[in-house]
Design a protein around this ligand. Structure first.
Ligand code: NAD
Ligand code: IPM
Ligand code: MN
Length: 352
């Protein structure tokens, strides 16, 4: 069986962590009869500087033919972030990847920046709305360049959009032992959008009486992730809230280089996209020391989505074994290993 994967390594450390992920994916599929055929697309900021666009004009037609998209990171000095990030947001919207699934887990052997926390304390997954909300793109600027300039950025929240993400989160919570769902709201200040969010959650929760549902204002939830992470299991959040909460979740799991993300179109009408949650990290790009764990783990999520839960588990177990036993760590985790050293250790653990 062959799965066709579009690879957009992109910019900065995307170019360093994606080869690590591909090495792990090749190792785990070896002699399984499952083949991943990778097509590398040279898209990103360099492409933009040469062609005044981030991708070929028919990018979506090209991407649509693949079974999945494996993405590193986009963004480089010299290109406005709104243009580079715009490609990611366009793919998520165009392919209706409305679920952004982001596990955040402290792996045994990694020290959390939170004092006295161990692996059992941090094990959560964020179900982030990925198609509308604060990132809908509605709005504009008028009277540009004058002191009368006005900018409007309108959040767009729909009952259907909220319902499908909250339902997905409840379904996921049902499958996890603790069966807890925390909804990130802000209905005290955002009295239109977030009150609708809460109303939809109240309607949907009736179908899931065995899930312990609680809503938290997002500011208090951010604090709770730091002070009481062990009380959190599944978190459902709007697009912007989920973005911020998952950087916190990854950081308390050891580093921004740890957490993976899956941008999923659950109906499978379009390819889903898998990426680490971090960006292109221009401050360390080119030095070869980026942590590849988030990218490798994202590759594992891709295998799971393609129907290979067993291979997902083998990759995650290999990551776990490396961080628990080997002294191979990138500088963000307090070590001095290179990206390639970690990739090789994970490949060895997969093949052992
Ligand atoms: P960032 O995630 O790139 O970096 C934030 C900090 O975390 C930096 O100090 C960086 O060195 C560190 N870091 C991130 N990933 C790491 C890793 N794997 N190993 C070790 N350290 C790591 O966020 P930023 O600085 O806000 O953004 C930089 C650029 O990336 C911007 O252009 C932004 O728009 C873009 N960005 C892209 C994505 C994406 O492609 N999915 C995500 C976030 C940001
Ligand atoms: C992420 C990134 C993106 C987001 C940016 C690049 C638009 O921060 O995937 O977390 O905000 O979704
Ligand atoms: Mn982010």
């Amino acid at each position: 069986m062959t799965h066709r994967i579009a690879v957009i390594a992109g910019d900065g450390i995307g170019q360093e962590v994606i080869p690590a992920g591909i090495a792990a994916l090749q190792a785990v599929t070896e002699r399984t009869g499952i083949e991943l055929s990778f097509t590398r697309l040279p898209w990103g900021c360099e492409y933009y500087l040469a062609h005044q666009r981030m991708t070929d004009a028919d990018a979506f037609e090209q991407l649509e033919k693949f079974d999945a998209i494996y993405l590193g990171a986009l963004g480089a000095p010299g290109v406005p972030d709104g243009i580079s990030a715009g490609l990611i947001l366009a793919i998520r919207q165009r392919f209706d990847q409305y679920v952004n699934l982001r596990p955040m887990r402290l792996l045994a052997g990694i020290a959390s920046p939170l004092a006295n926390r161990n692996a059992a304390d941090i094990d959560m997954v964020c179900v982030r709305e990925n198609s509308e909300g604060e990132y809908a793109g509605a709005g504009g600027r008028i009277h540009r360049g004058t002191r009368h300039e006005v900018a409007e950025q309108t959040g767009v929240f729909t009952w259907r959009g909220i319902e499908r993400i909250i339902r997905y989160a409840f379904e996921l919570a049902m499958k996890r032992p603790r069966r807890r769902l925390a909804s990130a709201t802000k209905s005290n200040a955002l009295t239109h959008s977030m009150v609708l969010w809460d109303d939809v959650a109240d309607a949907v929760r009736k179908d899931y009486p065995s899930v312990e549902y609680r809503k938290y204002h997002v500011d208090a939830l951010a604090a709770r992730m730091v002070t009481h992470p062990q009380t959190l299991d599944v978190i459902v959040a709007s697009n912007l809230f989920g973005d911020i909460l998952t950087d916190i979740g990854s950081a308390i799991s050891g580093s921004l280089g740890i957490a993976p993300g899956a941008n999923i179109n659950p109906e499978r009408r379009y390819p889903s996209m898998f990426e680490p949650i971090h960006g292109s990290a221009p401050d360390i790009a080119g030095t070869g020391v980026a942590n590849p764990i988030g990218a490798i783990w994202a590759g594992a999520l891709m295998l799971d989505h393609l129907g290979h839960r067993d291979l997902h588990d083998r990759v995650v177990a290999a990551i776990e074994r490396v961080v628990a036993t080997a002294p191979v760590r990138t500088p963000d985790l307090g070590g001095n290993a290179a990206t390639r050293d970690v990739a090789e250790a994970v490949v060895r653990a997969i093949s052992a």
